[in-house]
Design a protein around this ligand. Structure first.
Ligand code: HEM
Length: 142
């Protein structure tokens, strides 16, 4: 399973699941921004339900993105300094994902102390990581 066509299929699925993972990581903190501004209990409950469903779905996509990435790396023997740097940023993205899970649980338990402004900045982190990751893997600067 290491033909050039197989490599392209695996990479296509990697990119599809990476894009979907990023879409979830861009939208989830937006819900946190709205949740931090919300004082109506029914609306807060609805936001908590949306966060829980989106987090579960996004976690599944993250697993698939990583499985296809590892398949590319190990199945097609791809390596280099750029990939080491990329994997370090992917670890940061996974930490951010887990952190979102903790924030989601804090909101659901009414424990959130942070403001909507804080979550607007928090929301920028995955975008910055994605910029760096995509530049590393496409340009391969080192
Ligand atoms: C453990 C996680 C990951 C691993 C092991 C991994 C590994 C790889 C490998 C080996 C390639 C093929 C590179 C090539 O043949 O030129 C690749 C392609 C790619 N990866 Fe990942 N990746 C991971 C996560 C991510 C994430 C989180 C993103 C984006 C946020 C990402 C974006 C891309 C893109 C856009 C390509 C296609 C590059 C191209 O066609 O030139 N990857 N990945």
């Amino acid at each position: 399973m290491s033909s050039p066509i197989a490599y392209l299929w695996v990479k296509a699925f990697h990119i599809i699941f990476v894009m979907s993972w990023m879409a979830g990581l861009f939208y989830l903190p937006r819900l946190f921004v709205n949740h931090a501004m919300e004082s109506n209990p029914a609306a807060q409950e609805r936001l908590a339900l949306m966060e829980r469903k989106l987090f579960r779905f996004t976690t599944g996509l993250a697993h698939l993105a990583i499985i296809f990435g590892l398949w590319l790396m190990l199945g097609f023997h791809i390596g280099g300094g750029w990939l080491h740097a990329k994997l370090a940023l992917v670890v940061a993205l996974i930490v951010y994902h887990v952190w979102c899970g903790r924030v989601m649980r804090d909101f659901a338990a009414g424990r959130n102390k942070r403001s909507h402004v804080w979550y607007r900045w928090f929301n920028e982190i995955p975008a910055l990581l994605m910029f760096a990751i995509v530049i590393l893997v496409v340009v391969k600067p080192f």
